[in-house]
Design a protein around this ligand. Structure first.
Ligand SMILES: C[S@@+](CC[C@H](N)C(=O)[O-])C[C@H]1O[C@@H](n2cnc3c(N)ncnc32)[C@H](O)[C@@H]1O
Length: 238
């Protein structure tokens, strides 16, 4: 399949794109059998034994391109639900000859919930997630108690959810949720001990530029506009 956004050139995900043979449709009896769609995304890589990291909302794939080169012994899965950005990022990784990063065209929250087995992910990257500012759209934000429940489940012990945003109101929402999951109060749906996570300061990866937190497209665009940023890490206790 080819896509637009290529400025006159068709975008080709090629082998970087996860195909339907690797992720078949959800079964009809999913609600009766909620574990029935689980699969092993680590097997989508030539060496499934390597550490596995997921980026939610990869946009144009800038972080994946940099991180997959800097950490060649780690497997990266970018999940992007916007078809043209999915294809743009996959095409970019394919043309760069990357062997340790792949792209999935899906809703990342659904992927974690229905497809991911327990304790297989070392890092979940969530950078400049859509803020959905209207109250009636808040349910579309990635960070929800149900998402944190799934993130905790799929992370290895000591695994991390890394978050950066420019959006003050989204940050307040995130922190309200993180406070629950990093404290001893009730954490809806959580089966493990509390606190579920430790809340830590964010450390920039080596691939970020001198004044950058992560070096994604949105960070560069917002930095040029003079915006401020918020960032943190939730580390799974284990
Ligand atoms: C504001 S952009 C940020 C892109 C990139 N992370 C960056 O920093 O440049 C947010 C991206 O997340 C994608 N996205 C939002 N919710 C998603 C979800 N639930 N699953 C997959 N992709 C999602 C959007 O389509 C969009 O490309």
């Amino acid at each position: 399949m080819s896509f637009g956004l290529g400025r006159g050139r068709a975008l080709e995900p090629g082998a970087i794109g996860v195909g339907p043979e690797e992720m078949p449709p959800l079964p009809d009896d999913l609600l009766a059998n909620p574990l029935g769609a689980r699969l092993n995304p680590r097997a989508w890589f030539p060496d499934p034994s390597r550490p596995f990291e997921i980026e939610i909302g990869s946009g144009k794939g800038t972080l994946l391109l940099a991180q997959s080169a800097a950490q060649p012994a780690t497997n990266f899965l970018g999940i992007e639900w916007a078809g043209e950005f999915y294809a743009y990022a996959a095409d970019r990784l394919r043309r760069a000859g990357v062997a340790n990063a792949r792209m999935l065209h899906a809703d990342a929250t659904e992927f974690l919930r229905w497809r991911c087995p327990d304790a297989i992910v070392r890092v979940i990257h969530l950078y400049f997630s859509d803020p959905w500012p209207k109250s009636r759209h808040h349910k579309k934000r990635v960070v929800q108690d149900s998402f944190l429940c799934d993130a905790w489940r799929v992370l290895e012990a000591g695994g991390e959810l890394r978050v950066v945003t420019d959006h003050d109101e989204l940050w307040a929402w995130d922190m309200e949720h993180f406070a629950r999951w990093c404290g001893t109060g009730p954490t809806p749906g959580h089966a493990g001990a509390t606190p579920a996570f430790d809340l830590l300061a964010f450390e920039a990866p080596a691939t970020a530029g001198a004044d950058e937190l992560v070096g994604t497209n949105f960070e560069r665009k917002f930095r040029a506009e003079g915006r401020g940023f918020h960032a943190c890490v939730l580390r799974k206790r284990g």
